[in-house]
Design a protein around this ligand. Structure first.
Ligand code: TYD
Ligand code: MG
Length: 462
């Protein structure tokens, strides 16, 4: 079945293709990740096999009946539940909780039909032991649904046969890197195997209308293909992220044919499985430092959801000649730029100071709207003066020291007020877009429009 047309070299980490072997991948900059990939004929588009064209007006346009995952957080990331016939890739570092997440989804889905959980990573016993750990409803007993079938196999032909026989409502493959096609000579986990098997699952999901979740480990080094080589094959790509040693996990959509890619879902890893975090702003602010020096809350927006994060800064005299800037959770260049603006436009003396900026809780603040919080946190630490505990700061900082509109200001302000913040410093340009100022003021909120960083520092009492 393998016809050697021509070979290409594929980066097993990012999927970059090259006609020649290269030591360093031009796509992602990794070394020794390019491996030979033999193209097989006829795997181009497995969904188009031999169907005649139809008039667009006769195509069924009714919205798909989505299957809820039982987790509102997961449903939101998928765009409102699982779409029948969709192929979803869930990537993430080993140990982050991918198997746990999808086992929970499988258990819930099995209440409504047969679910096939294919495991090549663990034995059926290990899957059972994990399932026993999860906080399951006591009723109906037995707690584990009889319609959840665990298949400890990695041969794609046997898995395909089992899917035909079981006719499940959901298939989970844990992981795609362990599944292999015996017709290919390359080793399981190689780019060719991983792509071939993913194409087989794509065909299965489309032909039979069964949603299939593929788990893919993010890998280091070139021996095993990473999930990125599959991103263009599947309908939806989700990444499960977080600090391994912290409890919070973020599920992020980076590609979604059935929804927005900005959405995130937040979970907490507990002793009895992953739990939805319904009020993330409150959770991430729980452990804020008490004195408020160098700590500022920024109202960010991820997709449609507002998320309040704590930006921390520590400014200390530089010991070695050149002052250092270190950033975690914010872009390093942004911190350098904001420090330069503070120096030049607000008269802060930062040239001989090391600056450390961090977003608490392992979160990231990528939005420009978080600039002002970074600037105010740095100024607060430099001057050793606290920022009021009930203040939030939002706005993009320009090179001229101007505070530019943040967008979605109403959403940010109402989330901040909902969580008890009262001093809202926002770009002056965003003030007119706040509609319910009167009701916000009734809650005791004070909205201060800032045109420049210097004005924002005044408003923060620095
Ligand atoms: P796992 O789902 O196996 O991760 P992945 O499939 O992404 O490799 O989760 C691994 C970690 O989660 C492991 O260190 C144990 C921990 N864990 C809990 O803390 N609580 C639980 O209920 C479960 C099932 C796992
Ligand atoms: Mg796993």
């Amino acid at each position: 079945m393998l016809s050697k047309d021509r070979s290409t070299f594929v980066c097993s980490s990012c999927g970059y293709e090259s006609p020649r072997w290269l030591g360093r991948c031009p796509g992602c900059g990794e070394w020794n990740t390019l491996v030979e990939d033999v193209e097989t004929r006829g795997t181009g588009n497995p969904t188009s096999g031999g169907r005649p064209p139809v008039s667009i007006s006769s195509v069924d346009a009714s919205p798909e009946d989505r299957l809820p995952t039982g987790s509102p957080e997961f449903d939101r990331v998928l765009g409102g539940g699982i779409v029948p016939g969709s192929l979803v890739l869930v990537g993430g570092d080993p140990g982050i909780g991918k198997s746990t997440l999808l086992l929970q989804v499988s258990i819930r889905a099995a209440a409504g039909g047969r679910v096939l959980y294919v495991t090549g990573e663990e034995s059926a016993t290990q899957v059972r032991m994990r399932a026993d750990r999860l906080g399951l409803p006591a009723r109906p007993s037995p707690a584990l649904p009889p319609d959840l079938f665990v298949m400890a196999d990695t041969d794609i032909t046997r898995i395909e046969a089992q899917i035909s026989e079981t006719d499940p409502v959901l298939v989970v493959v844990d992981s795609i890197q362990t599944v292999f096609d015996p017709g290919l000579s390359s080793a399981p986990g190689s780019v060719a195997q991983v792509r071939q098997c993913a194409a087989a699952f794509l065909r299965l999901s489309k032909e039979r209308g069964i949603p299939v979740f593929l788990i893919g480990h993010v890998t280091k080094g070139g021996d095993i293909a990473g999930p990125r080589v599959l991103e263009h094959v599947v309908d939806t790509v989700l990444y499960f992220e977080g600090e391994r040693y912290q409890a919070y996990r973020i599920l992020r959509a980076v590609k979604n044919r059935f929804g927005s890619t900005n959405e995130i879902g937040i979970f907490e890893m507990r002793g009895d499985g992953l739990k939805d975090v319904a009020n993330p702003s409150g959770v991430f602010l729980e452990e804020r430092s008490r004195d408020g020096i160098g700590s500022v809350v920024a109202p960010c927006v991820e997709g449609t959801r507002p998320l309040l994060v704590e930006v921390q800064a520590l400014v200390t005299p530089a010991v070695f000649g050149v002052a250092r800037r270190t950033a975690i959770g914010v872009d390093h260049n942004r911190v350098c730029l904001i420090a330069a603006v503070l120096e030049k436009r607000a008269g802060l003396n930062l040239a001989s100071q090391d600056i450390y900026v961090k977003v608490a809780g392992g979160l990231e603040a990528v939005e420009p709207a978080a600039d002002l919080a970074v600037a105010v946190a740095v100024a607060s630490s430099l001057r050793n003066r606290p920022v009021p505990g009930d203040a939030v700061m939002m706005g993009e900082v320009g090179l001229g020291g101007e505070v530019r509109a943040a967008g979605k200001a109403g959403l940010r302000v109402s989330e901040a007020v909902r969580l008890g913040f009262r001093r809202i410093v926002l770009p002056a340009g965003d003030l007119p877009s706040i509609e319910d100022v009167a009701s916000l003021e009734k809650h005791g909120a004070v909205l201060a429009g800032a045109r420049t960083v210097a004005e924002a520092l005044d408003a923060a009492g620095l």
